[in-house]
Structure formats: C-alpha cells, structure tokens
Design a protein around this ligand. Sequence first.
Ligand SMILES: [Zn+2]
Length: 116
Amino acid sequence: MRLFEGTAWDRPPTCGRCGKLEAECTCPPIVAAKELIPPQKQTARLTVEKRKKGKLVTVIRGLSAEANDLPALLTRLKNSCGAGGAIEEDALEIQGDQLNRLQTILGEIGYKVVAR
Ligand SMILES: [Zn+2]
C-alpha cells in the first residue's frame, strides 16, 4: 500500500504511538540503537515527482534508514512544510512541491543538498 493514494493526505498528521496530533504529541523521542552518520557527511538528493492524478511530491533520496532517524526527520520536515509525507523504503516523500523549503531545512540541519 502506498500512503500517497487514498485519503491519507486529507487528515492532519498524527503520532503513530499516541494517536494525538503531532503538534500535541509529547511522546519521548525514540532512542536509536544504531550508529547514525552526522548530517554533514551525507548528501540529500531532492527531486519533485508527479504521482497519480497529477499530485506532486518532493522525494528525498540518499539518506538511509541505517544512518538516520528517518521517522524523526520526516516529522520535522512535515511540520516545517505543513504537509503530509511518508517514508518509502530509503526515500522520504513530502506532499507537494517543497523543493526550496526542504533545501533550506535540510541545509540548516547540516545535510549537503543536491536539488534538480
Ligand atoms: Zn505521540
């Protein structure tokens, strides 16, 4: 199942653990038991792609699930963009054309960013 189909976009993002709106969630961050790689040593590759029914998504590739806390990153990016999003294997997808905004946010976190 792909999250970009159906009505998932029509609902505000909620926490997967407590079910509250993410803005109201007070769950502690999940402590990752893995070796994360500093953002400064990673390159995020951004593309805007078209999905079914002409919907645009901004896809972030190059950030692996092993080296990054992707759920936390996704939450941060969704909140910053005010848009929905999903983790697709090793890519993150954010609803809409968010290229410029994501370039700024990821750069602020410390990632090298390549957009095209
Ligand atoms: Zn929560």
